[in-house]
Design a binder for this molecule. Structure first.
Ligand SMILES: [Zn+2]
Length: 410
């Protein structure tokens, strides 16, 4: 078994403990075997041992992007979304996933994709066909006929509880780890309000009953407070976006211990929400109009102590996931809380908290090393030195001959 030793480092373990300076982390094979104070002194080695002197670097759990669509591309100046084949789309999605890992995103939660390509990539990465991030996939994206996102190649339009049961069971048969529904309108679809309710209670309940029988969670795209409340009455496990959460909605989320993935940069990221970025006019108008309510909703959720996971909802994750973490801090989270959102809480949302999400003995070594302290400046998560997935070292150098994702697809 290969042993990997990280020494002369500060560990930010994301369990809730403060940072621990001058530590050594010993990884046996795929798992963390020891996390202890002091430097590693070379001993008579048995087996294969590699030692990294991190010169004061920072060891953290690998980051997650908890709201990804591998197929998505916004803005889309080449109109790839409406013109490319499913195979072209799957190749683009896989490239996005592999880029994410090279940026320190060791896990992605895919919430609605085309032709189950999320689950195909998950198998390919798990089998070692390619080196990519850990994937939690929801299969297709389920919306009402003409509902939010209906025009996307990832959508399946469903009406009534009977169709819902059938389609949810189909996702589960294909191997989905969870189910994603759109219960309200949103920003990216024309001709609807981002707050209007769409799925009805009996439709939502049909989905949660079937998914929960199999021990799988249901998450919902939900913009307005009305839709959030209907979804919680329908026993969903997580709210995505929450563009407007009133006090009652927050209270219901607390009472039902519902997760929240705010995707806050969708309305706050001014580098992205502007005319130059090539977004449609209605998109910019809705995102700007909703910016203040969205920010206040996140701040209410923070105050209420909800479990908040970090998800960017825009490709490529290699950049956008990092931006989301920075925006969580701008919105009022401490650096430590934002890191915990992007590690432990995101892993917990995927039901993987016993395996990954913290630097603890017995967990899989999905780890990153950065050269400067992200607790002093959250953007230091970009100063990446090493990425490990299940104890294996990931090559993070730009590969010769590889075109930049943005050059190729934007
Ligand atoms: Zn989304």
């Amino acid at each position: 078994m290969k042993t990997t030793i990280l020494t002369n480092c500060t560990v930010i373990d994301c369990t809730g403990k403060p940072a621990m300076p001058d530590m050594t982390v010993i990884i046996d094979g795929a798992k963390i075997a020891e996390v202890k104070p002091g430097r590693y002194e070379q001993e008579g080695g048995q087996g294969e041992v590699r030692v990294f002197d991190l010169e004061g670097g920072y060891v953290l759990p690998g980051l997650w992007d908890a709201h990804v669509h591998l197929f998505d591309l916004t803005p889309d100046p080449q109109h790839l979304l409406s013109s490319e084949s499913a195979i072209d789309c799957a190749i683009r999605g896989g490239r996005q996933a592999m880029d994410a890992l090279r940026a320190g995103i060791t896990g992605i939660r895919v919430v609605g994709d085309r032709e189950f390509s999320d689950l195909a990539w998950k198998r390919a990465f798990e089998d070692g066909v390619f080196v990519g991030p850990r994937i939690y996939g929801c299969g297709q994206y389920i919306c009402a006929t003409g509902g939010h996102g209906w025009e996307g190649p990832n959508a399946v339009q469903v009406d009534g509880p009977y169709e819902m049961r059938k389609v949810v069971r189909e996702q589960l048969r294909r191997g989905a780890d969870g189910i994603k529904l759109a219960v309200t309108g949103g920003i990216g679809t024309a001709g609807e309000s981002m707050y209007e309710s769409q799925f009805l209670l009996d439709e939502i309940r049909a989905a949660t009953e079937v998914a929960h029988q199999k021990g799988k969670r249901v998450t919902v795209h939900a913009g307005g407070a009305g839709g959030v409340k209907t979804a919680i009455r329908g026993r969903v496990d997580c709210i995505e976006h929450g563009y407007y959460l009133d006090d009652e909605a927050i209270e219901m989320m607390v009472e039902n211990d519902v997760f929240y993935v705010p995707t806050i940069r969708c309305t706050q990221d001014r580098d992205f929400i502007n005319e130059e970025s090539g977004l449609p006019e209605f998109f910019i108008r809705k995102a700007r109009a909703g910016a203040r309510d969205h920010l206040e909703s996140l701040q209410k959720a923070l105050k209420a102590g909800l479990r908040i996971a970090s998800g960017a909802d825009q490709a490529p994750s290699s950049e956008m996931a990092l931006r989301e973490i920075e925006h969580l801090v701008s919105a009022g989270m401490t650096e430590m809380a934002a890191l915990r959102s992007a590690t432990y809480t995101s892993a917990e949302l995927c039901g993987l908290e016993d395996q990954v999400g913290t630097v603890e003995i017995g967990k899989l070594a999905d780890l990153i090393v950065v050269s400067a302290n992200p607790l002093e400046d959250i953007s230091n998560i970009r100063k990446l030195r090493l990425v490990l997935k299940a104890g294996s070292l990931v090559d993070i150098k730009p590969q010769e001959g590889l075109v930049d994702f943005s050059d190729l697809f934007r």
